[in-house]
Ligand binder design. Structure first.
Ligand SMILES: [Zn+2]
Length: 105
């Protein structure tokens, strides 16, 4: 079973990754970055069903990208959901499809 990291290191700061289904369901979101408190909340159960791991991971990359764009000083741009989602997807694809390959593949 794959699991999300419990924390990540980003720009010399530890960002805590929390599965918080109560919070996410109450706000109707699959995830949320709390940049001021170095937390990312992710949902694993939403609207009465489990969220597939791949969707949770995609949401995590999306939320990480919110943090990255904010941390580089783009405090307006980090709210651009379409740009954030596309950049998060690009980084997810880059890492998953290039750095986990076994030798001779
Ligand atoms: Zn977002």
């Amino acid at each position: 079973m794959e699991i999300l990291p419990k924390k990540i290191r980003l720009f010399n700061q530890d960002i805590e990754i929390i599965i918080d289904n109560d919070y996410c369901n109450a706000k109707s979101v699959l995830g949320e970055s709390d940049i001021n408190h170095n937390k990312i909340r992710i949902c694993s159960y939403f609207e009465g069903e489990d969220i597939p791991f791949q969707r949770q991971r995609h949401t995590l990359f999306h939320e990480i990208m919110h943090c990255i764009i904010f941390m580089i000083g783009q405090t307006t741009m980090y709210k651009n959901e379409i740009m954030v989602d596309n950049l998060g997807t690009a980084i997810e694809d880059l890492i998953l499809n290039n750095f986990n390959k076994k030798k001779n593949e």
